[in-house]
Design a protein around this ligand. Structure first.
Ligand code: ADP
Ligand code: MG
Length: 724
């Protein structure tokens, strides 16, 4: 072995100083984010293989469950023998022979694997007309065929499962395995002090750090592997809980603007809306207004399905803030910053807010990357007017503009407020923590914070990632809103469904068509593939189905200007049909668009489907959602059926978590949790235990004086986290 190591290696020793690495390997490790020995120890396998299953191709028999290492050839895509479903096939060969591989309904496989690629194929050996083949094998590209004898410790039952790590060019799973074994042999882990207090490990029967590290990388059996994974999931969630609870304590130590607008004024304001507020909305308003009087800044998350009326809650509470005077003064207004993720949304809210506040003698500003506006205009008091950025910023810093609506431009240093008392963040999941933070630290006095989101997530996840926020749910839809009629459409009913839709279109309504989710191994390619699928589908619909209607497309490869133009035409009814990707969030209110088609629905999580159909719940016209499924399987149908029975997005998110796992949850990329922690989220007991323990420890010892290891681990974690 060419490994050189000395006994003074530590957890924080650089891998490049521990092992002899080529420049190429150094780069590859960098790409995986692996710098130190500790990084490598925390690079966990994403699954385990059973070495007893590794076989040579010669001697395979029908019914064997096997893992084969070999080279791929003859890959092609076609239609299957009996039913006309897409299939891919090819061969895998090793030095003993060759066997056919067949995949049904996975036409993209042929595109993922190169001709001549070395792979690991896992699956069951089947037979058809005397020919053996592997049906739907799991396949992974590898860089090198492992020396099985060495890898599995021939004859010894030292470790029965072998770990499989995510690879990158230049660093194989096998390489990682060997280096971790080397690290174990160096004895470094003997000295690791466990950051989790022993009493907690005991209480929840979790293995200590050394045992867990060995078990996670070389488990003797499934039980040990599971136990180790559970420990690390607990560790990650526990650290997050500690961090959030600590934030909460710090937050409550700050002083805030005291806002005491009378209840009567507030209810008068609510009466001005052209609708009757729901009980949910009233409760949310009450909770926020009472937070305003607590003496320390509010930090609240308002979660509600699309269309549940979050804007009215924000507007009413902004009114309460606007009516309050700065401390000790009998003139002037406290200020609010309202941040939206897109320019389109910011403009839309700006127009709404003008209609909500035009009875008051106050200025309302708009700031986006491309323009600034002020209401009222000098020449026409019912309209806003464009002004220079400098002029707007000047008025904002003088305190003359009580309400400023904008995009992330709001967080720029040049935007200074006089009395920023309230920060509202719309669609908060679209912003990073750092961006939110920037807005909150513009003043000496910390403003109250209202975050709003329509991302329905399971309770365990809210408890974890939003552990420092108070939570309000808007779980009631406005009165008179007809529930969307959701129909699951199987392939044979497609033509007839198009006819139904045409009838609605002829009455003047509009339609969204959402193209299927596409998972490409290369995310940059993914965008291109999606853009192509949108374009093709729009052409097909124009030619074959909706030739009498105007059709436009919207996808993420378009420039913001192009997107805006398309949206503008659609919202004015010039375009009747908008073919879009699921990636583009059309967070815009087009009440006349009452129908949505979702193609390839089985590839979406339920909560995302719910999110998508939320686009057509914007008016009192009957709305329809057509869920087109390609697969006819009973399981798919049952799962999609939940869309027609679930009461709200939260229920669907729970359902997703239970049925398909945390990987399916909508928006998961933004939460910064590892796959392991996301699995832990499924376990309500674990989440509650980690929360209880974090609160208990901080209650007894807020500075973590008696838990130096825990304190250090938390600090390191904070240093390691990079926001966007
Ligand atoms: P979201 O929660 O998705 O931000 P919005 O605040 O945009 O929802 O509200 C969606 C639509 O419902 C808007 O047109 C709004 O004016 C209307 N709306 C809000 N609250 C009510 C209500 N209580 N009754 C009827 N319509 C309402
Ligand atoms: Mg909204």
């Amino acid at each position: 072995m060419n490994t050189c190591y000395t006994s003074d290696m530590q957890l924080d020793s650089k891998l490049s100083e521990t092992f002899r690495l080529s420049e190429f390997q150094k780069k590859a490790l960098g790409k995986l984010g692996l710098v130190t020995i500790e990084d490598l120890l925390y690079y966990f396998p994403f699954r385990y293989g059973d070495p007893n299953q590794v076989k040579r191709i010669e001697g395979l028999v029908k019914g064997d469950q096997v893992t084969i290492f070999g080279k791929v050839s003859g890959l092609k895509t076609s239609k299957a023998w009996v039913k006309k479903i897409p299939m891919s096939d090819g061969f895998i060969s090793d030095e003993t022979g060759k066997i056919k591989l067949v995949w049904f309904n996975q036409p993209y496989i042929a595109k993922m694997i190169r001709e001549g690629q070395l792979v690991r194929a896992e699956g069951k050996v089947t037979e058809r007309k005397g020919e053996l083949y592997m049906s739907n094998p799991k396949i992974e590209a590898i860089d090198q065929i492992p020396d099985t004898g060495e890898l599995f410790g021939k004859g010894s039952d030292d470790h029965i499962l072998y770990p499989v790590y995510a690879e990158t060019k230049g660093i194989t799973s096998n390489w990682i395995f060997h280096k971790i074994q080397d690290i174990f042999r160096m004895g470094i882990i003997e000295n690791i002090v466990d950051p989790i207090p022993e009493e907690i490990l005991k209480k929840y029967s979790l293995p200590n750090i050394r045992t867990a590290l060995i078990w996670i990388h070389t488990p003797k059996n499934d039980r040990d592997a599971l136990s180790a994974r559970k420990r690390f999931a607990f560790q990650e969630i526990f650290f997050i809980q500690l961090e959030k609870q600590k934030n909460k304590i710090t937050w409550q130590d700050k002083s805030a603007f005291n806002i005491k607008t009378s209840t009567k004024d507030i209810s008068d304001f609510i009466k001005r809306f052209p609708f009757k507020a729901t009980d949910s909305q009233k409760k949310a308003i009450e909770a926020i207004v009472s937070d305003f009087r607590r003496g320390y800044p509010m930090s609240r998350l308002l979660e509600g399905d699309v269309g549940s009326g979050k804007t009215a809650v924000a507007a009413t509470t902004i009114y309460a803030v606007t009516m309050a005077r700065p401390d000790g003064k009998d003139y002037g207004n406290l200020q609010t910053a309202y941040m939206c993720p897109t320019e389109i949304l910011a403009k839309q809210h700006y127009e709404n807010f003008i209609s909500y506040f035009n009875h008051l003698p106050i200025k309302i500003g708009l700031i986006t990357g491309s323009e600034c506006k002020i209401f009222p205009s000098k020449t026409d008091a019912t309209k806003p007017t464009k002004i220079s950025r400098a002029q707007l910023l000047n008025w904002v810093s003088n305190g003359e503009v009580p309400i400023l609506i904008g995009t992330h431009t709001l967080i720029q240093k040049t935007v200074a407020f006089k009395h920023l008392a309230y920060v509202v963040i719309d669609e908060q999941h679209r912003f990073g923590t750092l961006q939110r933070q920037k807005l909150l630290t513009k003043n000496e006095l910390t403003p109250h914070l209202l975050s709003m989101t329509a991302t329905p997530i399971p309770r365990t996840l809210s408890l974890t990632i939003y552990g420092d926020l108070d939570l309000t749910l808007l779980d009631q839809m406005p009165h008179g809103r007809k529930p969307i009629i959701t129909k699951i459409i199987l392939p044979q009913a497609r033509a007839q469904t198009y006819e139904e839709i045409k009838k609605e279109l002829r009455t003047g309504r509009q339609l969204y068509v959402i193209c299927p989710r596409i998972d490409e191994p290369d995310p940059t390619k993914e965008l291109a593939v999606i853009a192509k699928s949108v374009t093709l589908e729009a052409e097909r619909l124009k030619k074959e189905v909706f030739s009498e209607f105007t059709i436009d497309i919207l996808h993420s490869k378009m420039t913001p200007q192009e997107k805006e133009k398309v949206m503008d035409k659609f919202s004015h009814g010039e375009t009747k049909i908008l073919v879009a990707t699921s990636v583009v969030e059309v967070g815009v209110n087009v009440p006349n668009a009452t129908m949505i088609i979702i193609e390839g629905a089985e590839r979406f999580g339920l909560s995302q489907l719910h999110q998508l159909r939320g686009r057509v719940i914007r008016s009192n016209h009957q709305a329809y959602c057509y869920v087109f499924a390609e697969s006819q399987g009973q399981k798919t149908r049952d799962r999609l059926k939940a869309l027609t029975t679930a009461k709200n997005g939260f229920e669907l998110a729970e359902f997703d978590l239970e049925q398909r796992g945390a990987g399916e949850l909508y928006g998961r990329k933004q939460w910064g949790l590892s796959d392991l922690a996301m699995e832990g989220i499924k376990n309500i007991k674990m989440v509650e235990a980690s929360r209880t323990e974090a609160m208990r420890i901080l209650d007894e010892d807020p500075e973590l004086k008696n838990y130096p290891k825990l304190k250090e681990a938390l600090q390191n974690k904070n240093n390691k986290i990079h926001f966007e």
